[in-house]
Design a protein around this ligand. Sequence first.
Ligand code: ATP
Ligand code: MG
Length: 406
Amino acid sequence: MGKIEGISIKNYGSLKNITLGKTRSHQANKPLSNMTTIIGPSGNGKSTIADVFGFIADCLDMDVEAACDANNRGGFEQIRSQGVEEPIMIELYYRESSNTRPITYELSIDLDKSGRPFVKEERLRQRVERRGGPKSFLHLQNGVGYAFEGSIGGQDDKTGTVDGTKVPVELSDNRKLGIVTLGAMKQYSRIERFLKFLQSWYLCYFTPDAARRIQTSAPQPYLDRIGSNLNNVAQYMYRENKAAFLKTLHDIQNKLPGIEKIEPLKMPNGQIVLQFWEKGFKEPFFSPKMSDGTLKLFAYYLLLHENNPRQLVFIEEPENGLYHHYLGDLAEEMKKNVGNGFSKQLFVTTHSPFFVNSLTSDEVWVLQKGKDGFSTAKRASEYEFVKELTSEGVFVGDLWYDKYFG
Ligand SMILES: Nc1ncnc2c1ncn2[C@@H]1O[C@H](COP(=O)(O)OP(=O)(O)OP(=O)(O)O)[C@@H](O)[C@H]1O
Ligand SMILES: [Mg+2]
């Protein structure tokens, strides 16, 4: 459980210095909503924000050097903002629940003398008492430093006072993240929970062709990035709780225009194939025969109904291939699904004013490019004209369409 209240990014592609929401260095800002939608013209850094989360996830899976090369990033020097000599720096401001104090995670990645990326600094801090200063409970520089066991305690950043069980740490590889090594050990329970939260990150870019592939029979708990394992997830949900899965299908069928019923068909090899009944036809169609838009919508709704949902989901351009009038409902469903609690958070990039019309100005971030070519980010609610016009009932998407945001 948990959510990100803010993120500051420095020197990552066009994101030379941006902050979304509340972070340790931007305490006056309002925390991010559970639904954060990023808009802006092409090339303004929307996908780069998604990639920052993807980069962190890759750093957890592999070492930072491999993460710099993975997913077409092209290596550290291609990622680092042009003309910059400083390290790439990411600050996450994360909160586990409404009654715990926020945790700051700071990560700084640089090149060593031989030009290889390494973890220059990694730090976790939490202000434990309401009035006291923040206490670091993990601090590593070039793989060397300390960590604190348990769920409380730390070293006071200002006074150096130690509270709790401080353990010296030296990593054998300075390209690996300390949170991965220490988060694997039960005694570092706070680090373990934070690591699990970060590992739940998932980027989704559904493509209907992929969803048409019927793969071999194998239940899988989660949809993959392109939605190619739709039927495997259906098989998993059917196996785990048939009644709940049938109810899910029932809920979804009411949201898909022109669809009257969706039912699973179990094949002799255990595979599940989904049958869709369309208005006007007596016989069902199997999922590979459904239209691109129907399959995509179905995949999004299934994503929102996953068992033990992933907490941190990033969706790129959900509007692609969808009829524009469906987008408002989809945005509403996404908002309803994430709610206000700490169980799920959704980031979306979009080019669709129809999608944005279902959002509040607090849920929308506008990316623009400054004169220097680097991105700037501003919450739609911070524009004076947005405050005025939305109070008169004007929608944010319509303002965007009318070029109010440039
Ligand atoms: N190392 C770098 N330094 C500075 N800018 C960079 C660097 N690498 C890439 N860029 C810029 O980042 C931009 C890529 O942005 P991104 O793909 O995030 O855009 P987007 O907002 O997702 O666009 P679209 O709407 O087309 O998907 C490019 O315009 C490129 O100029
Ligand atoms: Mg993009």
